[in-house]
Design a protein around this ligand. Sequence first.
Ligand SMILES: NCc1[nH]cc(CCC(=O)O)c1CC(=O)O
Length: 309
Amino acid sequence: MSQNVIRIATRKSPLALWQAEFVKAELEKFHADLTVELLPMSTKGDIILDTPLAKVGGKGLFVKELEVAMLEDRADIAVHSMKDVPVDFPEGLGLEIICEREDPRDAFVSNSYKSISDLPQGAIVGTSSLRRQCQIRGLRPDLEIRDLRGNVGTRLGKLDAGNYDAIILAAAGLKRLKLEERITSFISTEDSLPANGQGAVGIECRIDDARVKALLAPLEHTETRYRVIAERAMNTHLEGGCQVPIGAYAEIDGDTLTLRGLVGNPDGSKILVGTTVGPKTDAKELGIALAKDLLNKGAKEILDAVYIK
Ligand SMILES: NCc1[nH]cc(CCC(=O)O)c1CC(=O)O
């Protein structure tokens, strides 16, 4: 590849394109003579739209095609929402960069009600995330959760069509798409612990590509990396894919990292929580320690029951 071009493999959804454009702008800001090209493509996860995500299964539904493009040298990098990035990477590829995190919270969106607690008895809430479903049902067992698929615009359209009383989306996605005014209220991380990596964008590339790695280096955000490493380590140790009711959220104060974790069942009748605190440089160990703590409390039985369904 010519010395001053970087090709970004990206999904075609508005959010994926926003993220790719964001990385393009950042790269061009740091490297005045660099040309950044976007290579938009469809992934299996974009094509299978009529099946609930939890049933489609398969890690990396949204990333495989992008990875093949990098391995075949049709693209140099791929930009991902960290919460959708699988644990393992194909040989030759790695997650080189984690960019600064956007708002990690879940957002409550409704045309009629102000918040989860404002919803009437038996109201219908849209989400396809077992993690969100579990925590909402934990707060309000009377609510009815209905599946909600599609990209952010499609989901808002289904709310506006009257199919739901409220829907839950990641605040980061709405903010990035300049749809922040659709957020009725933010759900605190106490009421809905975010998914590991939520709100953070990561960049994958060929691990032996020194040229690209040097160009990407200024986009790294160290604090976000520690937080995401801790969250992902917890998830990995629990053997959680992206479609399980697991929440993991780390915050840093000075050199101290506090990681909170949650495992539950989809109907919210069982919810386990735990916290670990330690030096941020031990991020991975803190994540594993919290996973072990949750397993000791019975997380495995809860997760096994979810996987069987
Ligand atoms: N699961 C899809 C997905 N992947 C990343 C985001 C939002 C942005 C982010 O978390 O970085 C979303 C949408 C949502 O969960 O509402």
